[in-house]
Structures are given as structure tokens and as C-alpha cells.
Write a protein that binds this ligand. Sequence first.
Ligand SMILES: Cc1cc2nc3c(=O)[nH]c(=O)nc-3n(C[C@H](O)[C@H](O)[C@H](O)COP(=O)(O)OP(=O)(O)OC[C@H]3O[C@@H](n4cnc5c(N)ncnc54)[C@H](O)[C@@H]3O)c2cc1C
Length: 242
Amino acid sequence: MRHSLTLEKIVAEASNVKSYHFLPNTVIEFKAGQFLKYFLSHPESDQRGVSRYFTISSAPQEKTIMMTTKFVPGDGSSFKQALLKLAPGDHIEAEGPSGSFTYQDHLQEVVFVAGGIGITPFRAILMDLDQQNINPPITLLYANRTSDASFKNLFAGLTKKHDRLKVDYVTGLITEDILKSYLINHPSAVFYLSGPEPMVESLKKSLENLGLPANQIKTDYFPGYEDEFTISPQLEKDEVAK
Ligand SMILES: Cc1cc2nc3c(=O)[nH]c(=O)nc-3n(C[C@H](O)[C@H](O)[C@H](O)COP(=O)(O)OP(=O)(O)OC[C@H]3O[C@@H](n4cnc5c(N)ncnc54)[C@H](O)[C@@H]3O)c2cc1C
């Protein structure tokens, strides 16, 4: 189904990362972790075209449909340039929702592993659980190229409210050794992997090498961000939020 959405506001989340808050013209029913396909026609579109998939980074209980994305300074697609020109009151179209990267069995322990902008489905899921006042055993392992990470304050607030939620930050690559330590501490957990496609592929391979069965791995791939974790990795765990 095609929806029309009106931009309410744009919020800066980290350097080059912004959240777009939209008010839909009709109610969009979705599960936390699902995505929409957005259409933004613009002149002289490049070969990547006028549509993109974006996870809904808000929870179903929140007022706006939120989309959070990253901008590559001086090197972005024509779609992202058009997105940067949107102002409150402007309209965009979207189809969906779709996707099965959701968390339904709240008795199941999970480890959420996010690379950079791959945090979006986890923000939606954690906010959804918070709104329902459900406190399952969740560890979020969140890697970024620098310590500048989106939603840090929000996650700090959530970890204070929910004693079984733990958020660990990594600067640089999540290595197989780091994954191994989480696997040892959470052997029955389902590992959810979300981020740039090459990163998710390599994490999945590492978990398989470490012996984690396929039914304990769930993936969400973000194509189009090939470089994000191949530059200047500092293999250092810099900060633990709780
Ligand atoms: C199910 C799903 C959910 C997703 N959810 C999100 C989400 O929540 N947030 C999010 O940000 N992304 C998400 N994505 C990825 C998103 O759809 C885009 O692929 C991504 O944002 C890259 O956007 P872009 O192509 O506009 O490139 P940009 O972000 O503008 O650029 C990314 C890289 O591609 C290069 N590039 C840009 N244009 C071109 C071109 N024409 N030719 C060659 N190289 C180019 C740039 O130099 C840069 O290195 C999701 C994808 C899927 C499939």
C-alpha cells in the first residue's frame, strides 16, 4: 500500500546522521524492526534511482514514522541530496511495511549487534519494549567508527529503566575475538546482526566459525554503505554504557 507522509521535523543524531520525522496521512501499522520503501522524485536522478528502503526507526507507539539515515559529505547519491533539500511540510511517498527482522519471543535472550546506521531496527525494538514495559534479557553491542554514536542518550536512559538491558559500545571493527566473548557469556542467545552488507556478512561468518547454529543468527543487510567499517579500524572497546 502506498502512503503519503508529511515531514514534521529533522533531528541531528550524530555527525552526518539525521532522523526524519514524518506524519503519515493514514495509520501505518507495523512491527518494530520493519522497513518502508520511500519514493522521492527529483531532477537528474543518478543510476541508483528515486527510491530507497529505510527501516522505521521509531516504535509503533511513537507519534511519527521516523527514518534515520547517514549522509556521506560531498559524495552522496542524488536521492540523499534530494532528502537534504526536504523541509518541514514537504511530502514523500512510501510503500510497506515489510520485513521480518523483528523480536517477537520476549522470553528468548538476544544479543543485538549493530554497525553504525544498522542501529535503526534496534532503536525501534528497544523503544517498543520500553513502551510496553517489557524487560527481556537483551545485550546491544554497538560498533561505530568513532565514539560519535546515534541515540547514546536514549540508550543510557533505557538501560537505567530496564535492568536486563545492557549496551556496550565498540569503536572500530567487531572482531571474532569480541564476538567469541559474547558467545561465551550468552550461549543460548539469538544474535541479531544489522549494518552495512559486508560487515553483516563477515560477522555472520565469524559466528558460524565459532559454532553458532543458523537458527541462532538473524540478519538485516543495508546495501550501499560498502566502506563504512573498512577504514581506520581501532580494535579497541572504548566504552561501556552500563
Ligand atoms: C531493508 C533495508 C533497510 C534499510 N534501512 C536503512 C536505514 O534505516 N538507514 C539507512 O541509512 N539506510 C538503510 N538502508 C540502506 C539504504 O536503502 C541505502 O542503500 C543507503 O542509505 C545508501 O544510500 P544511497 O544509495 O543514497 O547512498 P549514499 O548514502 O548517498 O552513499 C553511500 C555510499 O555510496 C556511494 N554512492 C552514492 N551514490 C552512488 C552512485 N550513484 N554510484 C556509486 N556509488 C554511489 C557514496 O559515495 C558512498 O560511499 C536499508 C536498506 C535495506 C535493504
